[in-house]
Design a protein around this ligand. Structure first.
Ligand code: HEC
Length: 137
């Protein structure tokens, strides 16, 4: 009987300090939060700076998007894309109207992936389609 109690006391003496960490006083846990905040601050600041930079650069304009995304196919005719200087290839497409072309770019058409495979806002798509339409007229 006393042996069992003795063992129980020893076990409690060993385990209690270990579990004690989870029973922090409010003051302690408050301090812990501050430390955690301090530790994530550099990362948080960095993420914020990135977000601000992205917002500052805003939507990209037509030529920028064309050169970085669309030109890969439309400059070279890769994947049988109508080339930017091939007015004859564009004439029937232009005839379908700007909205139809925007829809093709947004949803993809044939070998062209949706949005040319990039992440573009509706505004950016409208801008780059307008740019192409001006070029191929
Ligand atoms: C992977 C190659 C590829 C990329 C990248 C690409 N295109 Fe295309 N694009 C094509 C092909 C191929 C067609 C012809 C599709 C068809 O008619 O089957 C096409 C057709 C088009 C058309 C005519 C659509 C129609 O309804 O006839 C427009 C407008 C267009 N592309 C704009 C863009 C814009 C804007 C981008 C960049 C955001 C872009 N493309 C990126 C391959 C590409």
């Amino acid at each position: 009987m006393w042996t069992i109690i003795g063992i129980a006391v020893v076990l409690i003496a060993i385990i209690f300090p270990l579990t004690n960490k989870s029973f922090n006083t409010p003051a302690d846990s408050g301090k812990g939060n501050d430390e955690a905040e301090l530790r994530i601050q550099p990362v948080a600041r960095f993420e914020l700076a990135k977000a601000e930079a992205a917002a500052a650069s805003g939507p990209k304009d037509g030529p920028t998007i064309y050169n970085s995304v669309c030109g890969a196919c439309h400059n070279t005719g890769a994947a049988n894309a109508p080339k930017i200087d091939d007015k004859a290839a564009w004439a029937p497409r232009l005839a379908t109207g700007k909205d139809a072309l925007i829809k093709s770019v947004t949803n993809g058409k044939g070998a062209m992936p949706p949005k040319g495979g990039a992440t573009l806002s509706d505004e950016e798509i409208a801008g780059v389609v307008a740019y192409i339409m001006g070029k191929v007229k």
